[in-house]
Design a protein around this ligand. Structure first.
Ligand code: 13P
Length: 250
C-alpha cells in the first residue's frame, strides 16, 4: 500500500499574516487525522514561520528549490544542508517553472536531487511534457529522459528515497487538467521505467499528479491505480479547497 501524499506548492505567494491564516486550519486538520501525508512548500523566507506553526503536528514543510552546490560563493543560493538545518524535510526539484524560466537542465536537476539526499532531505522530482511535446507524440520520451538523468546520477535505489511528480506543463495553472486516463497512462509508464531498473522501487515509489488539481477533480485522479496523490499549486492557497483535496485522497 502506498500512502498518498498531498503537497501544496505555494509558488511565489504568501505573506507573514496570510500564511498564519492559511496554515492554521491545515495544522488543525492534520492533527485531527487525514487519509494522506500532507506537505506544504512555502517560499524560502517563510520556512521558519511555517515550520514553527507546523511543529509536532505531522504537517511536513519543504522548500520549492535548492542549490546543486554545498556551500561557497554562490550569491542568492540556498543549500540543502541549510534547508535541513532550519527543519525542512522535503524539497521540490525540477519543477517545470524552474526548468523553463530559470534554465535548469536535466543535469542540474539531477545534481539538486543528489544534493537533497546528501543532506537527508526528501526530494520530489518533477517531470512533465509541454503541450508541443504531447501533440508531437513525445510525452513518454520526454519524461523518460527527465527521469533517467536522475537515475543515472543517484541510481534507482536512491531514487526511491524521494518522490516523483508528473506535472504536464500544459495543465499547470491553466485549468486544463489531464484526464484520469492521461494521468494514469504516464504514471504507469514512469513506474515501468523505474521497475525495469529496480522492481521494488518501481512498485513502492509514490508518484503524484500535478496540474490544475482542484477539489472537484481530485477524487477521480486519485482513484487511478498509479496516482498516489497530488502536487497542488493554486488550490493549495485556499485552505478549504486544499483540505477537500486531502480528503479526496482516501
Ligand atoms: P496548479 O495546481 O496551479 O495548476 O499548479 C500545479 C503545480 O505546478 C504544482 O507544482
Amino acid at each position: 500500500m502506498r500512502r498518498p501524499v498531498i503537497a501544496g506548492n505555494w509558488k511565489m505567494h504568501g505573506s507573514r499574516a496570510g500564511n498564519a491564516d492559511l496554515v492554521a486550519p491545515i495544522v488543525e486538520a492534520v492533527r485531527g487525522g487525514l487519509p494522506c501525508e500532507v506537505l506544504v512548500f512555502p517560499p524560502y523566507v517563510f520556512l521558519p514561520q511555517v515550520l514553527e506553526q507546523a511543529a509536532d503536528s505531522g504537517l511536513g514543510v519543504g522548500a520549492q528549490n535548492v542549490s546543486d552546490r554545498s556551500s561557497g560563493a554562490y550569491t542568492g543560493e540556498v543549500s540543502a544542508a541549510m534547508l535541513a538545518d532550519v527543519g525542512a524535510s522535503h524539497v521540490l526539484v525540477g519543477h517545470s517553472e524552474r526548468r523553463a524560466l530559470y534554465g535548469e537542465d536535466d543535469a542540474t536537476v539531477a545534481a539538486k536531487f543528489a544534493a537533497a539526499l546528501s543532506a537527508g532531505l526528501t526530494p520530489i522530482l518533477c517531470v512533465g511534457e509541454t503541450r508541443d511535446e504531447r501533440e508531437s507524440g513525445r510525452t513518454e520520451s520526454v519524461v523518460a529522459r527527465q527521469l533517467a538523468a536522475v537515475i543515472e546520477a543517484v541510481g534507482a535505489r536512491d531514487l526511491g528515497r524521494g518522490l516523483l511528480a508528473y506535472e504536464p506543463v500544459w495543465a499547470i495553472g491553466t485549468g486544463l487538467t489531464a484526464t484520469p486516463e492521461q494521468a494514469q497512462a504516464v504514471h504507469a509508464f514512469l513506474r515501468e521505467e523505474i521497475a525495469r531498473r529496480d522492481a521494488t522501487i518501481g512498485n513502492s515509489l509514490r508518484i503524484l499528479y500535478g496540474g490544475s488539481v482542484k477539489a472537484d477533480n481530485a477524487a477521480t485522479l486519485f482513484a487511478c491505480e498509479d496516482v498516489d496523490g497530488g502536487l497542488v499549486g493554486g488550490a493549495s492557497l485556499k485552505p478549504e479547497e486544499f483540505l477537500a483535496i486531502c480528503r479526496a485522497a482516501a
